[in-house]
Design a protein around this ligand. Structure first.
Ligand SMILES: Cc1cc2nc3c(=O)[nH]c(=O)nc-3n(C[C@H](O)[C@H](O)[C@H](O)COP(=O)(O)OP(=O)(O)OC[C@H]3O[C@@H](n4cnc5c(N)ncnc54)[C@H](O)[C@@H]3O)c2cc1C
Length: 356
């Protein structure tokens, strides 16, 4: 049986970052992903905040700069805010991180899916090339996204998620802001237009319990922007995916298994942003695995404490805002600007609102 120090499940930004740090710290690392090609298909609007820029230096990861965000309220009023960042080629971003892991000595397996986990024995089964390959690990990083298979094998509850749908469409003129639409057309979420050079990612995320059909509202928004002459009618790429919106898991580690990124519930429940948190948590978890396997029994608990300190308050506020808004969707209140202002990070009311 193959035996490794650290097994990483998932090679998104969380898993790649964990593998890179752990391998740099001297561990024998195997990282696996069920995808044939790391990063593909892209399931992302591809915006990162400026502090993540250091990870997007290499060509062709960086696509364009973003200066601000325009938030459009139900009345049509537009609110401009500073929200600088970068648009990236997300597949190249994920691959650049995975390459760093490989350069540090991590072994990467693609088209390799975790199918079974025996946590007591520390044995994972990976389906690869049609064969079931058992792998013995000393520690494991669960970086396997919103529907974590590792969590399922540990008997943990699934994370609450919103569904998304996104088209990449031609832009008729250059844009250096992100645009957000807030209204009852997008219950439990919002719609976005994020420019990436000559094209833009036009998408929406919705609470599936309130609005299971994502296609109709996205087509409506697309038609409206075409009629306004802002985007072309062609759809050059279609994607979607789930975004965790329930906040942090109750525990971020169990025995020698540690959760990072979306699998940990670190994605922001209001904005859906999770790339930065995946990289930060992945790197911390990789370092924690090194310390743990070099004899520090508290290292994984300290990782959990660090993540709660760093992300907990913002995630808790976002969960609370979702809870406040929940009963208002599909009522006249959801079409009032004041309601949407309390539920969106660009407005002071978001940071002041008291729980109903
Ligand atoms: C439509 C959409 C738009 C988004 N836009 C943005 C944005 O603009 N900015 C932002 O910051 N965030 C955005 N997000 C969120 C962001 O994409 C995630 O937070 C981020 O990908 C989390 O990284 P991760 O490494 O934790 O998980 P993921 O990137 O989801 O990686 C998990 C990996 O695990 C693999 N995997 C899963 N199960 C198994 C298994 N059983 N065996 C082997 N491999 C497995 C998957 O193939 C995948 O590669 C968006 C999400 C969606 C869906």
């Amino acid at each position: 049986m193959k035996s490794v120090d650290l097994l990483v499940i998932g090679l998104g930004p969380g898993g790649g970052s964990a593998a890179a740090k752990a391998a740099a710290g001297g561990l024998n690392v195997l990282a696996v992903d069920r995808r044939q090609v790391i990063g593909e298909p892209v399931q992302c609007a591809e915006f990162i905040p400026n502090p993540m820029g250091a990870y997007a230096r290499a060509h062709p990861v960086r696509l364009q700069s973003i200066t601000g965000m325009q938030s459009i309220l139900p009345s049509g009023a537009a609110h401009a805010s500073d929200f600088p960042g970068l648009m990236i080629d997300r597949a190249e971003f994920d691959r650049a991180i995975a390459r760093t892991a490989q350069d540090h000595g991590a072994e990467l397996w693609t088209a390799s899916r975790l199918t079974r986990l025996l946590p007591e024995e520390r044995i994972a089964t990976i389906r690869r090339n049609g064969q079931e390959q058992p792998v013995h690990y000393r520690a494991l990083v669960a970086a396997d996204g919103p529907h974590s298979t590792v969590a399922t094998w540990l008997g943990l509850a699934p994370l609450a998620t919103v569904n998304t749908r996104q088209y990449t469409v031609p832009l008729t003129q250059p844009l250096d802001d992100t645009i957000i639409w807030l209204s009852d057309d997008y219950p439990g979420g919002y719609a976005w237009l994020f420019p990436r050079g000559a094209v833009a990612n036009l998408g929406l995320g919705l609470d599936p319990r309130l609005q299971p059909d994502l296609k109709a509202p996205l087509e409506r928004l697309h038609r409206r922007l075409v009629a306004q002459g802002r985007v072309g009618s062609e759809v050059v790429r279609r994607t979607g995916g789930a975004i965790p919106v329930g906040g942090l898991r109750r525990r971020l580690h169990q025995g020698c298994i540690v959760f990072v990124g979306d699998a940990a519930g670190l994605t922001h429940p209001i904005t859906g942003a999770g790339i930065a948190a995946a990289v930060v948590s992945g790197e911390h978890a990789g370092d924690a695995a090194v310390a743990f396997l070099h004899g520090d029994p508290a290292a994984l608990a300290e990782y959990e404490e660090d993540m709660r300190d760093q992300f907990g308050p913002a995630l808790a506020r976002a969960v609370e805002r979702r809870r406040d808004l929940q009963p208002l969707w599909h009522t006249p209140a959801a079409e009032q600007d004041a309601t949407q202002r309390r539920g969106w990070i660009a407005f002071n009311e978001y940071f002041e609102a008291a729980s109903a």
